[in-house]
Design a binder for this molecule. Structure first.
Ligand SMILES: Cc1cc2nc3c(=O)[nH]c(=O)nc-3n(C[C@H](O)[C@H](O)[C@H](O)COP(=O)(O)OP(=O)(O)OC[C@H]3O[C@@H](n4cnc5c(N)ncnc54)[C@H](O)[C@@H]3O)c2cc1C
Length: 464
């Protein structure tokens, strides 16, 4: 049945947006579990404190606020190591959301603690105060410069970030964010110097154990695990696809974790002349296609499939990649991503919508599902030279009767999509949208307006 049309030729919305749409959003049970476990993490410490310390109820509640805030900061530290098992269950954006959400909740409770308790003891006072100031600075800084939440929605915040971006690079921001460790040290000092609290020995030991556990997870995730031989690789090809975009092929070392179509990795090139920074890039080809296209560099099908990356020169680091030599050492973190997991678990037709370089993870998904599903690939580009995977996608369309491929100069409008997508795709399709964050947000809005349920939409925003 054709959906009713509006004057602009687009079908009318078939379901209301707003609260109902938000409830539809994809929230796997693991998402609720991750939040529940994180929120409950302070409970043992609070229990110990409340049973070991005699104080008026009001004061105990305010102490508990401080304990909860501190524990959530520790959980945030552990989450900053991007645990892969959690990423596969809830996705990296949701993991960062949890990291940031706990940070904000912690700041609120810490504020209640600091503003309502009083001490004349200078060390207790200043350790608490400075930790609190650092927490406020850290939260404001992260909201402006590290999370896309404000920047993707507010042009003013985006302009401020762009202006300061020359000095405050992503790497500088990561180092500034590490001031949180100074804050953690100050809180530990704070707890140890309050005589009544330090007398509650069980509680103080438990706080120290929590702190050590979080630091151990962090050191393992950031220093020890990355050095594992199975996380290394070698560049086996680096070719220009056009004047702004390159294809870099990496052969991972034996024992590397196999990636799935649509995944992404954090990649660090270790070669003179290039900064050793970890940047996220999607894996373009599905593993078997990557093996076939790099057959010369991958002698047996038993070795891990090469990673074919499509990298646009977007800034300081990516625009230097023409200098990346074949044979350069690479450190890989990942693979991350949930596209393939979600798609494999259901039997929906696929609509893969890539904007610019956003096509990168979608090519692999198209290859993986071309023969078994109804698939429509839509690629919007600002100039024809950016259709670098035109031959790959056209070939899939020629060989698979239920595969459609369309490309478009500039972003698809609502009317374009209404003409391309039939009622079955709009109502039942699994939509995967990838591109720059503001474009993805706008496209989600357009698709929702066309009646696509929020729970059928997956996206990846190429900023972090
Ligand atoms: C999940 C994901 C998958 C991606 N896949 C691709 C891809 O397949 N091809 C592609 O060309 N680009 C991809 N990107 C974007 C790519 O990571 C950035 O363009 C690149 O890191 C920019 O680095 P730069 O120093 O050249 O640019 P800059 O001008 O320094 O940065 C541009 C923007 O990229 C982001 N960024 C910079 N450095 C990092 C970093 N180390 N980690 C996270 N974000 C950073 C920041 O939001 C920054 O505002 C992807 C991004 C994400 C989040």
């Amino acid at each position: 049945m054709t959906p009713p049309r509006q004057e602009d030729g687009a079908p009318k919305r078939t379901r209301p947006r707003g609260r109902r749409g938000r409830r539809d959003a994809l929230r796997p049970p693991s998402w609720w579990a991750a939040w529940a476990v994180s929120l409950a993490a302070p409970a043992p410490l609070i229990l110990l404190l409340n049973t070991q310390l005699l104080a008026p109820t009001r004061d105990l509640i305010l102490y508990d606020c401080g304990v909860a805030a501190y524990t959530w900061w520790l959980v945030s530290v552990a989450l900053s190591t991007r645990p892969r098992a959690l990423d596969r269950r809830i996705g990296l954006p949701a993991l960062y959301q949890l990291h940031g959400g706990l940070g904000v909740l912690a700041l609120l409770l810490a504020s209640a603690h600091v503003l309502n308790l009083f001490t004349m003891h200078p060390i207790i006072y200043w350790s608490g105060r400075v930790a609190w100031y650092l927490a406020i600075f850290g939260a404001v800084y992260a909201a402006l410069f590290m999370s896309g939440w404000l920047v993707d929605r507010l042009p003013l915040a985006a302009a401020v970030k762009r202006r300061l971006g020359r000095f405050l690079t992503h790497e500088a921001s990561v180092w500034i964010h590490r001031l949180n460790f100074v804050m953690i040290g100050l809180v530990v000092l704070h707890v140890h110097v309050i005589p009544r609290v330090s007398a509650a020995t069980g509680f103080v030991i438990a706080v120290d154990l929590y702190t050590l556990a979080a630091l151990a997870v962090y050191l393992w995730g950031k220093l020890i695990a990355p050095a594992a031989p199975s996380r290394q690789g070698t560049v086996i090809a680096n070719t220009a696809l056009n004047d702004t975009t390159r294809q870099v092929v990496i052969a991972p070392a034996a024992g590397a974790t196999a990636y799935e179509p649509g995944d992404f990795c954090f990649v660090t090139f270790h070669t003179p002349g290039l900064p050793a920074q970890a940047h996220p890039f999607s894996v373009t080809f599905a593993p078997e296609y990557a093996r076939a296209s790099a057959a010369a560099g991958s002698p047996t099908t038993a070795s891990p499939a090469p990673l074919v990356l499509t990298i646009r020169g977007a800034g300081d680091f990516t625009s230097q990649l023409s200098r990346l030599p074949v044979g350069a050492d690479v450190a890989l973190e990942g693979p991350f991503g949930r596209f393939n997991r979600v798609i494999a678990a259901e039997d929906r037709p696929l609509v893969l919508l890539g904007m610019g370089t956003g096509i990168a993870p979608l090519v692999g998904l198209a290859q993986a599902y071309a023969a078994s599903r109804r698939v429509m690939v839509l690629h919007s580009v600002s100039r024809p030279e950016d259709l670098y995977y035109d031959d790959v996608l056209s070939s899939l369309a020629r060989h698979n009767p239920t595969f459609r491929y369309n490309h478009h100069r500039h972003r698809y409008t609502r009317a374009d999509l209404a003409a391309l997508l039939d009622a079955d795709l709009l109502a039942h399709g699994r939509f995967v949208v990838v591109g720059p964050a503001p474009a993805v947000l706008a496209m989600r809005h357009t698709l929702r307006a066309l009646g696509v349920p929020a729970r059928h939409l997956l996206d990846e925003r190429l900023t972090m």
